[in-house]
Design a protein around this ligand. Structure first.
Ligand code: PLP
Length: 442
């Protein structure tokens, strides 16, 4: 057991740490940044133990969002109902796509996209390793094989030349990850996909609101996947969406998110041309009748989540504007640090700025990271290249297959960036980053 440090002196109850900055094994101390507090007869509360702790990301929830959810709680529908359809339509309208299919998470959205793309055993899907594990996992869910293609060192986006070099007769799809919120080189990726007859899937979990040559991310690939995790541009708690212009792909994903079940007579299996399933001895015209046409999942988004999503979507322009302002502020403030860090790439007008990641040119990343955390700056690292994870090592992927991603990972630090950041938070991040990096001056 460790002594908990930083617990507010006036607070009482039982404290469960949920974020810590440091573990001091010598003195047996755990430095707590945030804790969940349980007190007899009272609701569980979260307390900030260091007032100055600035997380790397967090949601923005206001009264309108709360009211939207409360309204649904008072209605007849809690699970997938009319609010889901409204949210899908509003979302498709925002990105400019014909169809949007809501699901329970970005991971479920990736899985549904792989299913719709027809990925199955033996199929290869090209993915960059500079992403969250879910991107590659969704290929494995369908018993396909992820093939890792490295990122370009200057853009950190998947390199189209690498993609083309990794194509084999078994390749079925390419996944473009709009890392940090910058759109990939879609002209090149679309041309490669067309030339080789492949499906292009965009993992745009970082890029809601980003633009590429005047077009919003959401229509630049055959299927585009979004996440509504609280750190993302808009949140539904957990949630995800896939957009497409292809009615058939949208229909496949709707079936997949609901156990592969349909009540649509036109889809029912036909035996000798008749819509009747003698195995069930059930007349298909009965209102209770449905058919399971394929193996699917329960990936249904709820009306509660969709009401929150609709309310959040109304604020998306403000969210993106604030994200761009914070990125601009950092870009200006770090101008004198060229000897120490590389600033993140990307055109601010097109970038959706999910993440602001600096790369260290000197100094040890882990010690800079630790010092920033100790100073209440909630830095993070995006990402450990996916194939370095023990699971993928166990599948036989070797270290060194994507050297640019590995080099970047060793030097990257994600700084706090979220719309609710105050100017004083931004100033504090800059002051701490500059102060700590200057310790490495010759
Ligand atoms: C690039 C990327 N892909 C997929 C996901 C998975 O999304 P979710 O957490 O909503 O399942 C995330 C979320 O962290 C992500 O950042």
């Amino acid at each position: 057991m460790f002594d908990l440090e930083n617990i507010p002196p006036q607070a009482d109850g039982i404290f469960y740490p949920i974020a810590v900055s440091r573990l001091d094994k010598k003195d047996n101390k755990l430095f707590v940044l945030r804790a969940s507090v349980v007190k007899k007869g009272q609701k569980r509360k979260t307390v900030n133990c260091e007032q100055s702790y600035i997380p790397y990301a967090r949601q923005w929830i206001d009264e309108d969002d709360i009211q939207a959810v409360v309204e649904v709680l008072r209605s007849d529908w809690l699970t997938q109902g009319p609010k889901v359809r409204e949210f899908e339509q509003a979302f498709a309208g925002y990105v400019g796509a014909k169809f949007a299919v809501a699901v329970t998470s970005g991971t479920a959205a990736l899985h549904a996209a792989m299913y719709a793309a027809g990925i199955g055993p033996g199929d290869e899907v090209i993915v960059p390793p500079m992403t969250f594990v879910a991107t590659a996992n969704s290929v494995v869910f369908q018993e396909g094989t992820p093939v890792f293609a490295d990122v370009e060192p200057d853009t950190l986006l998947v390199d189209p030349n690498e993609v083309e070099a990794k194509i084999t007769p078994r390749t079925k799809a390419i996944v473009a990850v709009d890392y940090a919120g910058q759109p990939c080189d879609y002209d090149s990726l679309q041309a490669i996909a067309r030339k080789h007859g492949l499906i292009l899937i965009a993992d745009a979990c970082h890029a809601l609101g980003a633009e590429y040559k005047g077009k919003r991310v959401g229509t630049l690939a055959d299927l585009t996947v979004f996440s509504f995790h609280p750190v993302k541009h808009i949140t539904t708690g957990e949630g995800g969406m896939i957009t497409t212009d292809d009615a058939e792909l949208a229909e496949r994903m709707r079936l997949f998110r609901n156990h592969g079940i349909t009540r649509d007579q036109s889809k029912f299996a036909r035996i000798n041309g008749k819509i009747q399933n003698p195995m069930l001895h059930a007349p298909c015209s009965m209102p209770f009748y449905y058919e399971m046409l394929d193996l699917g999942f329960n990936y249904r988004m709820t009306d509660l989540q969709s009401a929150l999503g609709m309310s959040q979507l109304k604020k998306i322009d403000m969210f993106i504007r604030k994200r761009r302002e914070i990125a601009n502020y950092y870009n200006q403030a770090f101008k004198g640090l060229e000897d120490h860090i590389t600033l993140p790439p990307g055109d601010n007008e097109e970038h959706a700025w999910h993440l602001y990641v600096i790369q260290l040119k000197r100094g040890n990343r882990d010690s800079v990271f630790r010092k920033l955390r100790e100073n209440g700056i909630g830095v993070n690292v995006h990402y450990i290249p996916v194939y370095l994870q023990p699971y993928y090592q166990g599948l036989g992927y070797e270290k060194g297959i994507c050297p640019h991603s590995e080099e970047y990972f060793a030097r990257a630090i994600t700084l706090p960036l979220y719309p609710a950041m105050k100017t004083s938070d931004m100033e504090r991040v800059v002051e701490k980053v500059c102060g700590i990096l200057r310790e490495y001056d010759d």
